[in-house]
Ligand binder design. Structure first.
Ligand SMILES: [Fe+2]
Ligand SMILES: [Fe+2]
Length: 181
C-alpha cells in the first residue's frame, strides 16, 4: 500500500455536520467504532468484578490476625481502596458512554469475573487474592485488545487498571514469599 492509498482526514465541514447529529449522546459520536451496548456490558462486568474485589479485600483486611498480620492487613486495605477507585472510574466511563452503571447486588457475582472467597488463614486469603488478580489480569488484557483503536479512551482506562492489578499480584506474591521464610 502506498501513502496515496490511505484516506486522508475527513473533511472538516463533514465532521461538523456529523457532530451536530445526535447531540444528546454527548461524548459518543458516529465515529464510535464499537457496538456501544456491548461496550457498556463489558464495562458493567468490570464494575461488578471491581466491587467483588473491594468486598473480598475488605473482608480480608478485617479478618487478618496473627503475628504477621499487620503489614498484610495494610496491603489488603490499600488494595480495597485501589479497587474502589477502579469501580468509580469504570462507573464514570459507563455514564460517558450513555449507559447506566449496574450496582445491583442481585447477580453481582454472576456479572463478576473475580470470585469472592472469604479465606481463613492469612496465607489462604493472600492466595485467593492472588488468584483473583491473575484472572482479572488475563481478562483485562483481552478487554484492552478488544477496545483497541476503536475506543482509545476506554482502552487507556483499562490499561491503567491492568497495570494496577499487576502491581497487586506482584505485592501478593511478595507477601507469600516473605511468609514462607
Ligand atoms: Fe481493580
Ligand atoms: Fe487488584
Amino acid at each position: 500500500m502506498t501513502a496515496g492509498d490511505k484516506p486522508f482526514l475527513t473533511d472538516i465541514e463533514e465532521l461538523r455536520r456529523r457532530a451536530r447529529k445526535d447531540m444528546d449522546r454527548g461524548a459518543v459520536t458516529s465515529s464510535y467504532g464499537l457496538d456501544i451496548g456491548q461496550a457498556i456490558d463489558v464495562l458493567n462486568r468490570v464494575l461488578a468484578s471491581e466491587i467483588v474485589c473491594v468486598l473480598r479485600y475488605k473482608r480480608h483486611f478485617y479478618m487478618a490476625t496473627g503475628i504477621n498480620a499487620e503489614p498484610v492487613a495494610q496491603e489488603f486495605l490499600q488494595h480495597a481502596n485501589d479497587e474502589q477507585l477502579h469501580a468509580d472510574q469504570v462507573a464514570l466511563r459507563i455514564t460517558q458512554l450513555g449507559g447506566a452503571p449496574d450496582f445491583d447486588p442481585e447477580g453481582l457475582l454472576t456479572r463478576s469475573i473475580a470470585e469472592y472467597k472469604p479465606g481463613t488463614s492469612l496465607v489462604d486469603m493472600i492466595k485467593e487474592d492472588l488468584l483473583a488478580e491473575r484472572v482479572v489480569i488475563m481478562w483485562y488484557g483481552e478487554i484492552v485488545r478488544w477496545f483497541g483503536d476503536q475506543d482509545s479512551t476506554t482502552r487507556r482506562l483499562m490499561e491503567e487498571l491492568l497495570a494496577k492489578e499487576e502491581e497487586h499480584a506482584n505485592d501478593l506474591a511478595g507477601l507469600l514469599e516473605e511468609l514462607d521464610r
